[in-house]
Structures are given as C-alpha cells and as structure tokens.
Design a protein around this ligand. Sequence first.
Ligand code: NDP
Length: 276
Amino acid sequence: MAQKVLAEVKTGVTALRDRTGATPTLAVVLVGDFPASRIYIATKKKMAAEVGIASRDFLYPGGLSQPDLLALLRRLNADPAVHGILLQLPLPQECDEDEAIEAIAPLKDVDGFHPTNLGHLLAGTPTVIPCTPAGVMEILDHYGVELKGAEAVVVGRSRIVGKPLAQLLLARHATVTMCHTRTRDLAAHTRRAEVLCVAAGRPQVITGEMVREGAVVVDVGINRLESGKLVGDVEFDLVSKCARAITPVPGGVGPMTVAMLMKNTLQAARRHLGAV
Ligand code: NDP
C-alpha cells in the first residue's frame, strides 16, 4: 500500500516539475542527538529521493538555541524554494516544542502539527492531515473497512496520533471512544470496538482477551524491547487469532506514515506553486 501511495506521489512530482519547472523540496530540521530520529530522517530522505522530492538538511546534533531555531524556521518559511518543513521531534529538553511548531508556516507544516492545521481538522475543513492518522485512514479505506456507524476505539490521545485519528474517524461517522491512562476499565472499551486503533507506546498493552471477535485492529505503536526486537502495542499472535484484520509491526502503519509525508510534501509544493 505504501508503495502504491509512493508511486502516485512520484507521478505527481513529475507532472508538477513538467508544468512548473520546480522540484518539490523538503527542509529537514534535526536538533539534538537522538539515534532514533537519525534513523527516521534517513528513511524519510531515502523515500523522498525515490519519488523525486529534493531534501535539504539542517542538522544540529550538538543542539541549537530556541531563538536560533525560531530564526531558522522563519528563514525556511520565507524561502520560496522550500515547500515543506519537517521538524523532527522530539526536540532537546531546552527547546520549546510547541513554540517551534507554531513558528512553522501552516502551509509548509507537512506533519500537520500546527494548531492552525489541527484546528482545520476539528472544524471539518482539513488542510494538512498529520501523517500517521492519514496513513491509518488510507489503510482502513484500502481494505474497505466500514466506518459509518461503527464502534471505533482509539487508545492514546496524543496530538500527533490519537486526537487527530479520533477526529478523522468521527468525520467518517464512526462512534468514537478515546482511551488514555486515566481510563477506568480499558478492556471494557476495547472489547466493544469493531475498529480498534492503538497508539499508546506500551508494548503489548492490548492482549487477546481485550479484543472483540472479528474486530479490525490497527497497531500504531513501535516499541523496542531490551532484546532489540521491535513490537507494537498489540499482542499480535493472540489478537490476530480473533481479529478479522490486523496491521503488523514493523511493516504496517510505519511505512504508510512516511508515504503520507511524501504526499503532504507534494501537496504543499502544489499549493505554493499555484498548481492545486
Ligand atoms: P505519546 O506518548 O505522546 O502518547 C501515548 C498515549 O497513550 C497517551 O495519550 C497516553 O495517555 C496513552 N497511554 C499510554 N499508556 C496507556 C495505557 N496503558 N492505557 C491506555 N492509554 C495509554 O505517544 P504517541 O502518540 O506519540 O505515539 C504512540 C505510539 O505510536 C508510540 O509507540 C510511537 O512510537 C508510535 N508511533 C508510530 C508512528 C508510526 O509511524 N507508526 C508514528 C508516531 C508514533 P495519557 O494521555 O493519559 O498519558
């Protein structure tokens, strides 16, 4: 599925270049020394190159002061040759993440984290949709999962996954329940779910007995165990026995997230070049 999205983006990039002479360009900003972030960025840049999107690096492994980071983001906002800005999170503790996200021009915010873009999502007039929830919706649509009237449960309420995903499901007329660490009886909610989306960041927090027979399960979590093994938030072996469908980790939502980032970057370039 991710390959299909990437192939469509590649075709779109070529068409845009033929029409305008411009190459969609993504500025990649990394502050601090986070090994996982370095891997994520390498994957995103590789995908960008594959679909013909240019990337420009602004890497500060030794850190960057908040004023300097804001100045960099403003420079990138004003640069007409940059169509999208990817600010890799997390930022080091001394930086203010919210302020940095808000400093990105909403139309260059290819991650869709800016309050303006999240607000549009809430208002029902989506502009840039955060990549992971957008990827989850593509998966559900691709497999023809009926959402209208469905009991959907989202575990996790982060700004980048849980909240926007719940909003997208709601917009498609699912009946949405959101769970979090203060939810009294998590299993009572998850057992009702026809569509269960889990983004808790806790290895195997969803066990076999917590899932309804025939449910569709989307596992967003990525957790590295001490053994080095990557696992999701769902106990795959047991849940896959009762679920109608389940996404694997790795190789499920992760690749879709990167593919949606490429789609958002192409879309941002189209808007900037007046080619929507
Ligand atoms: P956050 O840590 O920001 O949020 C986790 C959410 O899960 C919180 O709302 C928290 O509740 C809730 N939660 C944690 N533990 C439990 C529990 N035991 N029961 C119920 N709710 C719980 O994480 P993110 O949303 O950023 O990421 C979630 C997971 O998805 C991570 O594993 C992350 O690596 C992965 N991820 C994967 C992506 C991909 O491309 N596949 C992209 C982005 C993230 P509370 O609000 O009460 O603290």
